[in-house]
Structure formats: structure tokens, C-alpha cells
Write a protein that binds this ligand. Structure first.
Ligand SMILES: [Zn+2]
Ligand SMILES: [Zn+2]
Length: 262
């Protein structure tokens, strides 16, 4: 059994075959998928991510305002976000939120503010968080330390791409670390070293689909069933069987998001 701790199956790229995609994941042993809603918080995309999750057994949702869209965050967006989070149901986390200084789709100052604001919200609502950090590791840690230290429900650093110091800092804050297809890429030796050092009880795996399909499926549209390839790679790296790694990550998912995985 496996989990996909971060997927975007509500996207248009899955409109033609979403039922089959979820069925293939089930067949591959993927027992839980976290579908992460992103996009304009005024546009109905977050609601749509939740609707898609609720259609399928074992699919959960996280909603939040992505750093790309931080410039669209205002009082109305926050009211809408809080409404969805309070709606409960399959919604189990706030995210993805964070900093993306690679694309800079929103001004950095705005990204910092919106990230901190949503972290506070998660604390108030006692929800775990899903963090996106790209080329902003030090500032992400700084904000997590400043705003989040001591918050009750922890969270996950998704699609981890940072170095050892970043990993150690977030582990110290109680976070889980989730690896995506990029950990299977040929040149990712440094990232594999980090993955080897993450304690089993803090490890997660994800696809971040439709992006970043793992080797040997690289270049194809990614989908939750492919998480098995990333889990296999991590298992062999860590000297355990894929079943054991799968089971451990299922337990971690269950503990972090407060849901049953079976
Ligand atoms: Zn992300
Ligand atoms: Zn994502």
C-alpha cells in the first residue's frame, strides 16, 4: 500500500480520464491521495479541488493560496478559504502555501505576508499545513520558525528540493518531508543523500502530478499510480522493501492528516 501525499488531479489535464486515473492508482496500491487545490482564490478553483476529492474514496483535499497567487489574496479570498476549511468533509489541510522565488509570479513581500497570514490561520484552526518552497529555503525556515513554532498540527514540506540544513531545520520544527519524482532523476544525487537521512517516521512520497513523472516514466503526464516508482527508488536507497516503505508512508499520512488509510 502506498500514498500520494500531493497531487493535482482536479486540473484540466485530467478531465478526459479522471475516473481511470483514480482507478489505476487504486490498482497500483495507492490507498490515499491528497488533492491540493491551487489557483485564483476568487475563481472557484479551490472549491473544485474539494469537489473532485469528494467524488472518490481515499481522496482528500488541501486548500490554500499558492505563493504564485499571493497577489490575489485579500479579505474576500480569506473568507472564502476559511469557509472551505470550516466545511470539513474531505478537507484535511491548509496548503499549499509558502514562497516561490524561482518564478516570482507574486512580489516577494506579498508572498511573505500571505504565507505568514495563512500559517496563523492554520494555527487558529488547528490544521496541518502543506508547504511549497522554491529557491527560498532560508526565508521559508525563518517564517516557519517565527510564526509557526509551537503550532499544534505540523505539516509537510512538499516536493522537497532543499539541502541538508533545510531538511534538518524543518525536521526540528516537527515537519514531514515529502519527495517527488525529481528524487529519481539521474543528477539528483544530493537530494537522494538528503532522502536517506530523513527518519522513516517523517517521510512521505508524492507525485505532484501532472508534473515531474519519476524515472522510468519521465516525460509522460504524471499521475498518482506513478508514486510507486518514487517509493521503490526511496525503498532501495534506504535498504528496505517497497512494501515496508509504502506502509510507513501510509502511517505517516494517516498521523499527519488525521485520516484512516486502509
Ligand atoms: Zn508546490
Ligand atoms: Zn502542488
Amino acid at each position: 500500500m502506498f500514498v500520494d501525499s500531493h497531487a493535482h488531479i482536479d486540473g484540466e489535464g485530467f478531465d478526459a480520464d479522471r475516473d481511470e486515473v483514480v482507478a489505476r492508482a487504486r490498482e497500483a496500491g495507492v490507498r490515499a491521495i491528497l488533492n491540493v487545490g491551487t489557483g485564483d482564490p476568487h475563481g472557484g478553483e479551490l472549491e473544485r479541488a474539494v469537489e473532485v476529492a469528494e467524488k472518490y474514496a481515499g481522496v482528500y483535499a488541501a486548500v490554500g493560496v499558492h505563493p504564485h497567487d499571493a497577489r490575489l489574496y485579500d479579505e474576500a479570498a480569506e473568507r472564502r478559504l476559511v469557509g472551505i476549511l470550516k466545511g470539513g468533509g474531505r478537507v484535511v489541510a491548509l496548503g499549499e502555501i509558502g514562497l516561490d522565488f524561482h518564478y516570482d509570479h507574486s512580489p516577494r513581500e506579498v508572498q511573505r505576508e500571505v504565507f505568514a497570514r495563512q500559517l496563523r490561520l492554520a494555527g487558529e484552526m488547528s490544521l496541518p499545513v502543506v508547504i511549497h518552497s522554491r529557491e527560498a529555503d532560508e526565508e521559508t525556515v525563518e517564517i516557519l520558525r517565527g510564526v509557526y513554532a509551537g503550532a499544534p498540527r505540523g505539516g509537510v514540506m512538499h516536493c522537497f528540493g532543499g539541502g541538508r540544513p533545510m531538511a534538518e531545520a524543518v525536521l526540528e520544527l516537527g515537519f514531514y518531508i515529502s519527495f517527488a519524482g525529481n528524487v529519481t532523476f539521474k543528477k539528483a544525487e544530493g537530494l537522494r543523500e538528503v532522502a536517506l537521512a530523513v527518519p522513516a517516521e517523517r517521510l512521505l512520497v508524492e507525485t505532484d502530478c501532472p508534473f515531474m513523472a519519476p524515472v522510468p516514466l519521465r516525460g509522460r503526464r504524471n499521475e498518482p499510480a506513478f508514486v510507486v516508482e518514487t517509493a521503490r527508488l526511496l525503498a532501495s536507497l534506504r535498504g528496505v522493501g517497497p512494501e515496508e516503505l509504502g506502509r510507513t508512508t501510509c502511517e505517516n499520512f494517516s498521523r499527519l492528516f488525521g485520516v484512516r488509510v486502509d
